[in-house]
Design a protein around this ligand. Structure first.
Ligand SMILES: Cc1ncc(COP(=O)(O)O)c(C=O)c1O
Length: 348
């Protein structure tokens, strides 16, 4: 099998990092305060095994029960647990492709097979997806919403009809959901009450500026959460420091929501400015844009040129994506530098 190839993570600071969809704003003052208040003695004991205090805070935030939530060491741990819990090696998982490439790495590691159903040209969900999933006896299907790498958003109604017809477990990977325009009123949470087969993934990495902490959670009916919580996850899968800081972040949700608003504003401005450079991208509900590079320019050359100038973006050498760049929305001055460099590189 091949492993997952993550975006570059340079060690020194003087690089503009627009390649791994991190939030350009730092975690809020409540997190900084909780970090400063940590006492070394608190590390002597094991952490709360199911992060109950954090689950309660998240349950209040979302209007659900703590039993509907499992806390994991990043979304990636939840994805791995989902396979370990609900899929046997002789069974099949699926996704609407292209999407998060970790899914196939996890399938290969688990020894199960994987189906890819191509998204439509406008990045919307494939037609008759539920029927095709059922015909292929798919046990678990991952749908990223808003979609990565395009930023397209499927409606909660579309997901509900998929959940209703699909016989397996539907995982809606909402790693980027915090950046959706509130005016769209997107909310997939009611699906966990309506259907026994829907589980949502949420992450602290992007929305809460805590990618370095490795915290995420699954939301679902108790029947899906319990086996993850009490059977397959490690007893102490998230550490005391991460639980404490994530709790502080949830306690100051307004700060995080302020960063989402700033990212949305920058997204609109950057998309317009890129399109003025003939770098068009589909409307994005996420914190990145998938930019098409027009001939005679080449996406890989622009990626390399930007890298030489100290700006990292993501280039995928994959069919359907190799003429595009995925660019994370940065802070205003980062986006300005990106635009200047792109303008310069495209003059040649
Ligand atoms: C679509 C998608 N799902 C899940 C994740 C996992 O995020 P994390 O493990 O940082 O919570 C990512 C990370 O980039 C992602 O892009």
């Amino acid at each position: 099998m091949s492993g997952y190839s993550s975006g570059e993570q340079p060690e020194q600071g003087d690089v503009i990092k627009l390649n791994t969809n991190e939030n350009p704003y730092p975690p809020g003052p409540a997190v900084a305060k909780a970090l400063a208040a940590l006492r070394v003695e608190s590390l002597r004991r094991y952490p709360p095994p199911t992060a109950l205090a954090l689950r309660k805070a998240l349950a209040t935030l979302h209007g659900i029960e703590a039993d509907n939530i499992v806390i994991t060491n990043g979304g990636d741990e939840l994805l791995r647990l989902l396979l370990a819990t609900f899929v046997s090696p002789d069974e099949c998982i699926a996704t609407a492709a292209p999407s998060y490439s970790l899914y196939e790495v996890l399938a290969a590691a688990h020894g199960c097979s994987m189906q890819h159903y191509p998204l439509k040209a406008d990045w919307s969900l494939p037609s008759n997806l539920a029927e095709r999933l059922n015909a292929d006896k798919v046990k678990l299907c991952f749908i990223v919403n808003p979609h990565a790498p395009s930023g397209a958003l499927a409606s909660a109604a579309q997901l509900a009809s998929l959940a209703r017809a699909f016989k397996g477990v539907l995982v809606i990977d909402e790693a980027y959901v915090n950046f959706v325009d509130p005016e769209l009123d997107y909310n997939a949470l009611p699906l966990i009450r309506e259907f026994g087969n829907v589980l949502l993934l949420r992450s602290f990495s992007k929305g809460y500026s805590l990618a370095g902490l490795r915290m995420a959670y699954g939301i679902g009916p108790k029947s899906l959460i319990d086996p993850l919580q009490y059977k397959t996850k490690d007893s102490y899968n998230t550490d005391f420091i991460a639980q404490t800081l994530a709790l502080a972040a949830v306690g100051d949700n307004d700060y995080a929501a302020g960063t989402w608003q700033k990212v949305r504003q920058q997204r609109a401005e950057l998309r317009a400015a890129l399109s003025a450079l003939k770098l068009s991208s589909p409307p994005s509900q996420s914190n990145f844009l998938l930019v098409s590079v027009p001939a005679p320019h080449k996406a890989e050359q622009l990626y390399q040129g930007l890298k030489t100038a100290g700006i990292l973006v993501r280039y995928f050498r994959l069919p359907g994506l190799d003429d595009k760049l995925r660019i994370t929305i940065g802070a205003p001055e980062e986006n300005q530098r990106l635009l200047r460099e792109l303008g310069r590189l495209m003059q040649h």
